[in-house]
Design a protein around this ligand. Structure first.
Ligand SMILES: Cc1ncc(COP(=O)(O)O)c(C=O)c1O
Length: 433
């Protein structure tokens, strides 16, 4: 739990160095937030949050305390087993508060990819020739390939929603053409993990529902950046991974329990037959689930002025986080856009604070290595956004460089990245190799 003075809005400030003026800016106490993360003391600027965040002390302690106090397998007659049962139930409640789902609709597992393959396997038992599914070129491959492979296996047809390469927008209007009474499922991301585009998921889900199809939403990249309400999104399934929002390596898919009741995944004979237990395989990572609970508590406390239930505090805190990250991102984008040797990809109207760029004269890997030398962590490559990197024409040249901001990043880190990239200008003495 983070403690400290309340966040506040201040009026009349103009962001230094920005080409655009802002009448309002949020004074988010990032110093207080950073103090919660021991790993941030290693001297590096951690701008690789889109690939996985650092974890706060409260999460580390929750995991350690679970082991320290003794843990048994679930469903037993003794207290240590009861603690495992309690953790699982509490974890479902925490994820429900994070996403706006029902605790009984929270499926827990190792990661989003594994769970999505499981759901694709289960859902596709009802598909056959003549059925169709719609996937998008904006998505991480984990919300593409499981559906494409399941469709291929069952003889169903795959239709593709295309990205406008000049903006990296995924126009929702195309779903009117793509979806028909043959459509069984529409899979779409609520934010691109490389360019940050946030498509109009409610409109896409409405198109799916009007045709009687289900909508599977990949919320892995969006969840750390925005308040999430799965009902408002229209998501029949919403997937997210705790390691992207300050938690351990755990994935989850949430759905209406009534929908889950209609689905029957493969399971072991003695394993739970109810919902959501029948979607979970083998023994859970109980200590990590305790870490997930602590991570949700941490998010709920990011804005100390937030009050009410944990769900209300999560929503208020994530709204504050979204505004803070937005300001920091403007500084990052403005700085990169001013560099002649940098090409930026994506300019969607609504996006997470995730920049994707290339640098003239350097491969993305060389840029990432040069930045690492200057103690700046960024990711390079396709980041599994395989279709999008192809649509942007970058697949054969090593993809791009991704700098992703999260709530614990600060202006000094952004400025360090900008200074490091500026040094790579091939027309300056430093940039000549
Ligand atoms: C948008 C998005 N979807 C899906 C995934 C896959 O998640 P997991 O690693 O939990 O399988 C990632 C991971 O980077 C991601 O960024």
């Amino acid at each position: 739990m983070i403690r400290g003075p309340p966040c506040c809005w201040r009026r009349g400030a103009i962001r230094p160095g920005s080409s655009r003026e802002s009448l309002w800016f949020v004074a988010f106490d990032v110093t207080r937030v950073r103090a919660a993360y021991p790993a941030l003391n290693d001297g590096y600027a951690h701008l690789d949050g889109a690939a996985g965040t650092q974890v706060p002390t409260a999460v580390i302690e929750a995991i350690a305390e679970t082991y320290r106090s003794g843990i048994g397998n679930a469903g037993g007659a003794f207290p240590a087993s009861g603690r495992a049962d309690t953790i699982v139930a509490e974890c479902r409640r925490a994820i429900a508060d994070l996403t706006g789902a029902e605790p009984d609709g929270v499926i827990l597992g190792p990661n989003m990819t594994t769970l999505t393959y499981r759901l694709a396997d289960t859902l596709s038992r009802q598909w056959g020739p003549g059925d169709e599914m719609v996937v998008s070129r904006l998505d991480h491959d984990a919300n593409v390939r499981p559906w494409v492979q399941a469709a291929t296996r069952t003889g169903a047809t795959v239709r593709w929603a295309e990205v406008d390469p000049s903006t990296a927008e995924l126009p929702a209007a195309q779903y009117g053409e793509l979806v028909s009474e043959r459509t069984r499922l529409v899979a779409v991301t609520s934010a691109s993990n490389i360019v940050g585009t946030r498509p109009d998921v409610p409109a896409i889900a409405a198109a799916a529902h009007a045709a009687g199809a289900l909508c599977y939403v990949d919320g892995v990249h969006a969840t750390p950046h925005v308040p999430v309400d799965v009902r408002a999104l229209g998501a029949d399934f919403y997937a997210t991974s705790a390691y992207k929002w300050s938690g351990p390596h755990i994935g989850t898919v949430v759905a209406d329990p009534a929908l889950l009741e209609t689905l029957h995944p493969d399971k072991l004979a003695p394993a739970p037959s109810g919902v959501p237990g029948r979607f979970e395989r083998g023994t859970a990572a109980f200590a990590d689930l305790a870490g997930v609970i602590a991570a949700v508590e941490h998010l709920a406390a990011l804005d100390p002025a937030a009050v009410g239930s944990r769900r209300e505090r999560v929503l208020a805190s994530m709204a504050t986080v979204e505004r803070y990250e937005g300001q920091l991102f403007t500084r990052l984008l403005d700085g990169l856009a001013a560099m002649r040797h940098v090409t930026l990809y994506g300019k969607a109207a609504r996006r997470t604070p995730t920049a994707f760029f290339t640098v003239t004269g350097y491969t993305p890997r060389e840029v990432a290595a040069a930045l690492a030398d200057r103690k700046v962590n960024v990711w390079n490559g396709d980041n599994y956004a395989w279709e999008l990197v192809g649509a942007l024409g970058l697949r054969d040249s090593g993809g791009g460089v991704r700098a992703g901001l999260v709530h614990y990043n600060d202006q000094a880190e952004v400025d360090r990245l900008l200074a490091a990239v500026a040094e790579l200008d091939p027309t300056t003495p430093d940039g000549v190799r």
